[in-house]
Design a binder for this molecule. Sequence first.
Ligand SMILES: [Zn+2]
Length: 283
Amino acid sequence: MNYVILDLEWNSAYSKSAQRFVNEIIEFGAVKLDGDFQPTDEFSMLITPKIGKKLSGRVKELTHLTNEDLADGADFLSVAKAFTEFVGDSVLMTWGTSDVHALIDNYLYYTGSRRVPFITRYCDLQEYCERAIGKFDEGNQIGLGRFAELIGIEYSEEEQHRAAADAFLSLKCLKKVMNGYPLENCILKADCEDFYNRMLFKNHFITDLSSPEIDRTQMKFLCEQCGKQAKRVKRWKIRNKSFNADFYCKSCDVKFTGRISFKKRYDGVKVNKRVVRPIEKQE
Ligand SMILES: [Zn+2]
């Protein structure tokens, strides 16, 4: 099996015809790997932007790319075609899913379809690497530079934020943590609608107590002292996207607050519950 680590640079531009902002891709940089994760080929191409003629200051500063550099680039669809040949049937890997979002966005803009032809199997390296070091947390994603620092990989900030350099830095991170977690657990089949629905799904907290997606049986709390079910003594109140209510255990004469949240994700609802502020025995 071969792998391709892809990194993109893009510039956010407003399209008058589409009446929306598009993260217009301006550079593809990638490294191809054999089954032993040894580099076998590289891909690097610039795109002349069509939507936003001028790069934003932030992008210029970050990438050191200039409008003049990009004037010699190719158009998005020719670069994408060349890249499709480069990828072949390799597993596509990116650091985080924002590159996939940008690809979907650009394909949608230029072809009217969200299908990205070169993604048949996909691995989010950010999730994989975080899992491999036991630090996977959806709410706290670790950027590539910070992850490299965390695991003691040296890199020059000056060279980063160009696509190929970022792809190689991702490779270094991957190789260093590889034994920590099975890679196949993070490889998704991607030539199906399910993949696009998953990528475009927006996780959100359910804040309506009457939602049928809330499993009310989860809203019971046990007394931490005796393990028996405590009685809810106040109404549920929503606070910071979680439901909170006071509970009372008669046997122990203990009051506490039960806090529970329901996060709707593509795979289902994730429940998070805990006891907060246990109140000491009343007089
Ligand atoms: Zn108790």
